[in-house]
Ligand binder design. Structure first.
Ligand code: ADP
Ligand code: MG
Length: 708
């Protein structure tokens, strides 16, 4: 007989059908809810626990709210209603009061709920004929169960599985594990430092706690295990990538970067200095950089990016900056050229000791002889910096020696692009910096981008005029909005009006934008010069309208969300977002970032139809202009599911852990993963941990975690 402790892998190998009490019918029922083996069973955690010492009392029930009460059955009565439904009426009570419970079409309740029985009821309290009532609540029999705290499992009416059956199967499984005990693969040192309870104890007490405190400790331990598993996969991959790929060792303290910083019209912010130092550390290391730079709109990411690119150039290599669209690439090119001025590269081989820095734009609009020249320059090293779309690294573009690549907006930079990057040079992999202006909470970033290092630019450059945001709730305030727009225009400023988002149909969205434009043109904003911008215009039409707005020939730009990215008109100081509640927090924040870009005070109006009560999303925008703070609120309001799915990557199957509630635990798990992997890079001394890595993940997770 084997006597080593039981691992999760062992549990996964035991079919639930082998448990006593699980016959063919129950086996099928369990399979229907995704429970095939004993690991599945033991990780089917209670949905809640009934604490008999601290139960809710009938007297505390609030009409209209869901609650749990622990009561005794006083009487039961069954009848058939006029429309031939059975109705079982049960009178229940506790020390504090009485109420009535009704069940429709559940005739068996009459037999189940015998007088004197103790039951837990979970449901919505209604008032009925002056008294309290619950209709079709969830019922848990408590009377015949031991323990002060009773676990309540997710029940499935359809699969004919109820909580006490599940509890009995779990008990049986735990009992069978008791002899050998459950293995705990997490290093003792980590367990001690984080004051974690043992895995076996945690499993036992999450299913059978002695106190609610015990539940908390068990939950923390099991959630930690889930997070550690994810982090180990990511950290192993990160370290493997660092070991296997040969990178360049850039000298960051060079003349070119020094000149660049000296020529800037402003000093770097502390945040910029810190992030540049973090990047320098990567550039100087022999392995390729893989870093994500998060920074709100306007945080000054461009200077940081250019600094990294110039570090490559001063070592005789090239830099590439990639944008998601051609328009943005063109804007970037203009911006970067402006920033670089007439910077010269120190060149000892040159008679004058200097040569001009050569920056080129390469998009599909660059064709013919011009394109040939750029391509030749990239191949022979004559071009120092190139700015373009992802096509830069995908199609047959040859570089003399590509040293640093900066990608703006991460979400379109996936697996293939990374692979293409590796192929760009036979003898080294370029350093990669991925930039995003869509902040995501730190702990979420650690999970979604866990194989990247993350830098955060969390300080806006000084002199930025803060944007005041106000909520125009209903037509009365909307009137104030338009007079506000007029007075800004009178003062020589410009305005954006963002039309309602209609996600289902671009056609409808355009129609509504046209309607808004007409309405404002002949109504609220009559007499002002209005332009209209939407997704169905040709690129030339869009460009023309933008140019008119940029040059000041238009006062107001009525637009759909096409203005979300990249539009930069410092004289625009007021933005009105119509039907603001149709947008998400992140999107509102991005939109709002289009104003407040110059020296004038800026305002943003969020317009909604008259709403009673609160609007947490709109209020969040009113309260904060900090993208990271807003990202945290967003996570709280929406939950991580949405966050993870919008990142186009798999969502880890976290049964207990929550990126939202367990922020601290995510960090602890990540630290522990680094500690473990850095001491033992193949996990040779942790065979059980290694063996568990692919357990408990969905197929989607597998794909996410094995990519790269
Ligand atoms: P991001 O790309 O992060 O949205 P940008 O790099 O476009 O932001 O910078 C936004 C604006 O802030 C630019 O006009 C830039 O010139 C300015 N800027 C950047 N860094 C500083 C600084 N340290 N001090 C003052 N202004 C700065
Ligand atoms: Mg390097």
């Amino acid at each position: 007989m084997e006597s080593r402790p039981i691992t999760l892998r062992d549990l996964a190998a035991i079919d639930v059908g082998r448990l006593r009490g699980v016959g063919d019918k129950k086996r099928a029922a369990l399979a229907a809810v995704g429970i095939d083996n004993v690991l599945d069973l033991l990780t089917t955690y209670p949905r809640r626990w009934v604490d008999r010492t601290n139960e809710a009392r009938i007297a505390d029930l609030v009409v209209g709210e869901e609650a749990l009460v622990l009561v005794t059955v006083r009487s039961v009565n069954k009848r058939v209603t006029r429309n031939r439904r059975t109705m079982v009426t049960v009178n229940v009570g506790d020390g504090s009061g009485r109420m009535q419970v009704v069940f429709f079409n559940q005739p068996w309740r009459e037999r189940q709920l015998a007088e004197g029985l103790q039951i837990a009821l979970f449901g919505k309290a209604d008032s009925y004929r002056g008294g309290l009532q619950m209709a079709n609540p969830i019922v848990d029999l408590i009377g015949d169960r031991t323990g002060r705290i009773v676990p309540i499992y997710p029940q499935s009416e359809k699969a004919q599985l109820n909580t006490w059956e599940l509890a009995a199967f779990v008990d049986e499984a735990l009992r069978r594990c008791a002899d050998r005990g459950i293995a705990d693969p997490v290093p003792a040192e980590v367990i001690r430092r984080l004051a974690l309870v043992g895995r076996g104890a945690a499993l036992a007490s999450i299913h059978h706690p002695e106190s609610m405190r015990e539940v908390g400790a068990a939950r923390r331990r099991l959630a930690f295990d889930e997070l550690l598993r994810v982090q180990l996969v990511l950290v192993l991959r990160k370290r493997e990538m660092e070991r296997s790929a040969r990178g360049l060792t850039h000298a960051t303290a060079g003349e070119l970067v020094r000149r660049f910083h000296q020529a800037l019209p402003y000093p770097l912010t502390d945040a910029q200095r810190r992030v540049i130092a973090e990047i320098d550390g990567d550039l100087e290391a022999p392995h390729p950089m893989h870093r994500l730079l998060q920074g709100d709109v306007g945080a000054g990411k461009t200077v940081v990016a250019v600094t990294a690119l110039l570090a490559a150039v001063q070592g005789g290599h090239q830099g590439a900056l990639m944008a998601p669209t051609e328009v943005l690439a063109e804007q970037h090119a203009a911006g970067v050229r402006g920033l670089l001025g007439d910077l010269h590269v120190p060149d000892p081989g040159n008679l004058f000791g200097d040569r001009p820095l050569r920056v080129e734009l390469l998009t599909n609009r660059i064709t013919g002889a011009e394109r040939k020249q750029v391509l030749a320059g990239l191949a022979d090293g004559g071009v120092d910096l190139v700015i373009g779309t992802h096509a830069l690294i995908q199609e047959g573009v040859d570089f003399h020696s590509l040293g640093v690549v900066v990608v703006d907006e991460q979400h379109r930079f996936g697996v293939e692009q990374r692979a293409a990057l590796r192929d760009k040079s036979a003898d080294h992999v370029p350093d990669l910096l991925v930039m995003t202006a869509t902040p995501i909470p730190r702990t979420a970033a650690m999970t979604v981008y866990g194989d990247l290092d993350v830098s955060v630019l969390d300080e806006l450059p000084p002199g930025r005029t803060p944007i005041t945001t106000r909520w125009a709730n209903g037509p009365l305030l909307e009137g104030e909005v338009w007079s506000d727009v007029r007075s800004e225009v009178d003062a020589g400023r410009q305005a954006y009006v963002v039309c309602p988002l209609i996600e289902e149909s671009e056609k409808l969205e355009v129609a509504s934008a046209e309607e808004t434009y007409e309405r404002l043109l002949h109504g609220e904003l009559a007499g002002l010069r209005l332009g209209l911008l939407h997704g169905r215009l040709t690129p030339a039409e869009k460009e023309q309208t933008m140019e008119l707005f940029r040059s000041g020939a238009l006062d107001v730009l009525v637009a759909t969300t096409v203005i979300e990215v990249g539009v930069d008109v410092p004289n625009a100081t007021i933005m009105v977002i119509l039907d603001a509640d149709r947008f998400g927090i992140a999107q509102l924040h991005q939109l709002r970032g289009r104003v407040g870009r110059g020296g004038h005070r800026s305002r943003c109006w969020l317009v909604t139809k008259l709403e009673e009560g609160r609007n947490p999303r709109v209020e969040a925008l009113v309260d904060s202009t900090d993208g990271f703070e807003l990202a945290e609120v967003d996570l709280d309001l929406r939950g991580e599911g949405t966050l993870m799915s919008t990142s186009q990557k798999g969502r880890s199957d976290l049964k207990l852990a929550s990126l939202r509630r367990d922020r601290e635990l995510v960090q602890l798990a990540r630290d522990a993963a680094f500690e473990i992997v850095d001491a033992d890079r193949e996990l040779a001394r942790h065979p059980v941990l290694l063996d568990e890595l692919d357990l408990l993940f969905t197929d989607e997770d597998e794909e996410f975690l094995s990519r790269g």
